[in-house]
Design a protein around this ligand. Structure first.
Ligand code: BES
Ligand code: ZN
Ligand code: ZN
Length: 513
């Protein structure tokens, strides 16, 4: 029997933080005003000088995302007070606040707190962040930081609270707006953790059919969402030659999952739908072009793009956004076997374009091109694909940002804005023209890898651009951000970070403004 993952609950309270029962109270402090902070001054008075002492000794300088913990010894109701450093005011942003909230929640779970009061935002200048955004990022941060993935760890081996309840406190005139933002943040934060869990789960548990079952379950519980599954037989019948080729070698056969969100009620606006197309390779061994064994287990997370699309669809529906959205998840297991596709094969994709396979490990683009063509058939106005597509993207960007390519400047700007709003960073990389030429085959329409040196992520993107054609298209190569990077491991647990959920949700929110 699998263990229940940690339950995270966030609520809003208009109450005195000092008088509210909690295992921990977290307060935020700017480096600039460590000595003149009203929050610190008031707390220090209550605690009889212990914070002043700590600061005087230099143990807490409020450097960005630093912490110090003091004990209240009964002088105020919360047991512990966690000071969280915001760093310099000029470098402050909504994402720093999100990260500070994440750090507080992670610290609370690490020391097995069950209740946390968040009073992080009291020193923030209301001109720098809107009250609604404050609520949203605080809630998102809590879900990000409190998350643990331990459902297969026997109880007792990694003690943590069953549940963390977090109260975000505010007694000012901004309360109503903060409270509204919290509701948005809860939806997005919960969805992001759904993506993380799907990606963290082992590949013997998450395979194409079980992922499809999960999508069905989500759709059945979410108003406005429907789910259609194309199984292996249907994929073959309908000519999804890319997904079939990649998935045919594994015992666990491929599927395509189509989630559809239809806005309801008065808010409904007439707009062509947006398509989110996700790569969900539930395990990428490389296939016949098998990968080296070292680190191959991480390829259970090669379904992060698909998992994030699924979770984003849930968030979009729960937020009741006024734009129709399709979530198309192409799922297969890339395994060597007697039935596997081979280097040298020429396959006919769903679009009719033929592809010469020169490396079975470049499988993501082969499944995604079918999903992109299907999105065009659905008359989607904009297509955004998201995939852990290339190791080359990690070579280019390291582990801190995901790659962004597009055939449309407006879409590019909208994506960049969504990256800022969500704190899921992107970096623009080139695609098209010369890179596309390198993907032309002599014996088929395209080849699946370039034979010239370097630029692998631009080649892969340009291959996909051929299928998007004139439709507005953006491509997110999230191989770099598949797992928590070292700096993120300070504010959340290792493993999947569900990258793309906040980003794509913010993108669609942006379209509704
Ligand atoms: N899933 C991998 C890319 C990847 C690598 C994602 C590391 C996350 C972390 C993809 O299917 C792959 O194997 N790509 C090959 C392409 C190559 C054969 C042209 C790669 O990047 O090496
Ligand atoms: Zn691969
Ligand atoms: Zn892959």
């Amino acid at each position: 029997m699998k263990k229940q993952l940690i339950t995270i609950a966030v609520n809003f309270k208009s109450a005195d933080a000092y008088k509210t029962k909690a295992d921990m109270l977290a307060v935020g402090v700017f480096e600039d005003d460590l000595k003149k902070s009203k929050t610190i001054e008031a707390l220090d008075k209550k605690l009889g000088g212990s914070i002043g002492k700590l600061i005087k000794l230099g143990d807490f300088k409020a450097k960005q995302l630093s912490t110090a913990c003091v004990y209240s010894e009964g002088k105020i109701t919360p047991e512990r007070i966690l000071l969280v450093g915001f760093g310099k005011r000029e470098k402050f942003s909504p994402d720093i606040l999100r990260k500070a909230s994440s750090l507080a929640a992670k610290t609370a779970v690490d020391v097995k707190c069950e209740t946390l009061t968040l009073g992080l935002h009291s020193e923030i200048d209301s001109k720098t962040i809107s009250a609604e955004k404050i609520g949203q990022v605080l809630a998102e941060g809590v879900y990000f930081g409190a998350y643990r993935y331990d459902e297969f760890v026997g109880s007792g081996e990694n003690g943590r609270p069953v549940k963390l309840t977090v109260s975000i406190i505010d007694t000012t005139a901004a309360s109503a707006k903060i409270s509204k933002g919290i509701k948005t943040g809860i939806i997005i934060g919960q969805s992001q953790n759904i993506s993380r869990t799907l990606a963290n789960r082992p590949p013997n548990v998450v395979y194409p059919a079980s992922l499809a079952a999960e999508a069905k379950k989500i759709a059945s519980k979410t108003a406005g969402l429907t789910c259609k599954i194309f199984d292996y037989k249907q994929l073959k019948q309908k000519g999804f030659g890319g997904i079939v080729a990649v998935g045919q070698g594994a015992e666990n056969k491929p599927v395509m999952i189509v989630l559809k969100y239809t806005p309801r009620g008065t808010k409904k606006i007439k707009a062509a739908p947006v398509a989110l197309v996700g790569k969900a390779i539930t395990f990428d061994s490389g296939g016949i072009d098998i990968k080296p064994s070292n680190g191959m287990d991480a390829m259970k997370m090669d379904m992060t793009g698909g998992a994030s699309v699924m979770a984003t669809m849930k968030a979009i529906a729960e937020l009741k956004l006024p734009i129709p959205v399709y979530g198309i998840i192409c799922s297969a297991e890339n395994k060597p076997g007697s039935g596997s596709y081979r280097p040298g094969d020429i396959i006919t994709t769903y679009s009719g374009k033929t592809v010469e396979i020169l490396n079975t490990d470049a499988e993501g683009r082969i499944i995604l091109c079918d999903g992109i063509h299907y999105a065009k058939e659905l008359k989607c106005n904009t297509i955004v694909d998201i995939c852990t597509l290339t190791g080359a993207c990690i070579v280019a960007l390291g582990l801190h940002k995901a790659g962004l390519m597009s055939n449309n400047d407006k879409l590019l700007e909208e994506m960049k804005q969504a990256a800022v709003d969500s704190g899921e960073p992107l970096w623009h990389l080139p695609c098209g023209d010369e890179y596309a030429d390198e993907m032309k085959s002599k014996i088929a329409d395209l080849r699946n890898i370039s034979l010239t040196k370097g630029g692998g992520s631009s080649n892969a993107a340009s291959f996909l651009a051929e299928f998007a054609g004139n439709t507005n298209w953006a491509h997110l190569d999230i191989a770099p951000t598949m797992e928590a990077s070292d700096p993120l491991k300070k504010i959340t647990t290792q493993g999947s970070i569900g990258f793309g959920v906040r980003l794509m949700t913010e993108y669609v929110i942006g379209l509704c403004k």
